[in-house]
Design a protein around this ligand. Structure first.
Ligand code: FNR
Length: 357
């Protein structure tokens, strides 16, 4: 466990590849099918331009923000990722500590390799959300929601885009299956374990529908965010059905390949959401300027997936913190150079975009 030198987030992938097993690295890094959507997530940011203001009397810009009552040092979250012990033995405990030390939100996956309770012990009241893959077994679902509430989760993120796993060819080539127990499942029923990615998805429901939102909210008493929203129509329907937040994402291009870059979908969604509920955004974020662009196009919180896994692989919790610190430094520069003193200023910043090129 040690701090890592970060030149930029993109360069972490190659360095992490050298320290993670081939199968594990393939599982973490790849997109589905030909990887178009994964690649487009990052390149589409180039089709958004920020119009910098000058003479705005900006000095020492402040990127702190509030999200669901939590004070954050920066509008960032570690995206929920399955099986973090693939990257580092500390798994979600390392992510939780790194996120806490960096003052950012952490989201924990249902398919985490550490239990909610273990993770909460490290997190110890720091900003935390729990991501739910809707189990087939309602008893198990209630167990997860109870654990999340005990862990002081500020919200439940229901992931709606993964009713089965996308087709990922490196996993086929490497004969790779997400190994080991799903810690939370083992905690509920020690007789069961998830032997492979296929069986993971057998634990969760294929037929998801809008009626689940009320059911989860009623039982848990927590705000329900829907993750995997890519269209204005689905955002509007989710809010009408009781969603307390929208999470714009295409799962890092690991599910449906052929979807647009995630940032391309954000302006239309933000328009129909119209500030009624908060918006979390993820997909391809590698730069401070990407964070500013997402905020300016309507996001309230920006999540980052793989770069934190690579930071975890390279330095444990300290590596996670190093990645967050680097991103904060880039955000600081970008805020100063766009003439934004606060995150509220970033959200009002003028941006142009044309995704048709
Ligand atoms: C994910 N993601 C994910 N999402 C989710 O809701 N539950 C999960 O268990 C997982 N697991 C997972 C594993 C791995 C290895 C990756 C890379 C991603 C998706 C994740 O939350 C997020 O949407 C993307 O990672 C964002 O894209 P970037 O930042 O990785 O480009």
């Amino acid at each position: 466990v040690q701090p890592i030198d970060v030149l930029n987030l993109k360069s972490l992938e190659k360095r992490a590849e050298a320290v993670i097993g081939r199968g594990e690295f393939g599982y973490i890094s790849e997109g589905s099918d030909d990887g178009y959507t994964k690649a487009r997530n990052t390149t589409a940011f180039n089709d958004v331009q920020m119009l910098p203001r000058v003479l705005q009397n900006v000095e020492n810009p402040d990127q702190s923000t509030k999200f669901l009552g939590s004070s954050l040092a920066s509008p960032l979250m570690t995206a929920p990722i399955a099986g973090n012990t693939l990257a580092h033995s500390s798994g979600e405990l390392g992510l939780a500590r790194g996120a806490k030390e960096a003052g950012i939100m952490m989201a924990q996956s249902t398919f985490a390799s550490k239990t909610i309770a273990e993770t909460a012990q490290v997190s110890d009241g720091a900003p935390y959300m729990f991501q739910l893959y809707m189990p087939k077994d309602w008893g198990y679902c209630k167990y997860l929601l109870d654990e999340a509430r005990n862990a002081h989760a500020s919200a439940i993120i229901l992931t709606a885009d993964s009713t089965l796993g996308g087709y990922r060819e490196l996993d086929v080539i490497n004969h790779y299956h997400l190994k080991g127990k799903i810690a939370n499942l083992a905690g509920y029923n020690t007789g069961e374990s998830g032997a492979g990615a296929g069986s993971l998805f057998k634990e969760s429901m294929q037929k998801l529908n809008l009626g689940l939102i009320d059911k989860l909210a009623d039982y848990s008493g927590l705000p329900i965010f829907i993750k995997g929203i890519q269209t204005p129509a689905d955002a509007a329907a989710a809010i009408d059905a009781g969603a307390a937040g929208i999470y714009v994402s295409n799962h890092g291009g690991r599910q449906l390949n052929g979807a647009p870059g995630s940032i391309e979908t954000l302006p239309g969604i933000a328009k129909v959401v119209d500030h009624r509920v908060p918006i979390i955004f993820d997909g391809g974020v590698q730069r401070g300027t990407h964070v500013l662009k997402a905020l300016a196009l309507g996001a309230d919180l920006v999540a980052v997936g793989r770069p934190f896994s690579y930071g975890l692989a390279l330095g444990g919790w300290q590596g996670v913190k190093s990645v967050a610190d680097h991103l904060k430094m880039e955000i600081y520069i970008a805020m100063q150079l766009t003439g934004c003193q606060t995150i509220a200023d970033v959200k009002k910043m003028h941006v142009t975009y044309d995704f048709s090129r």
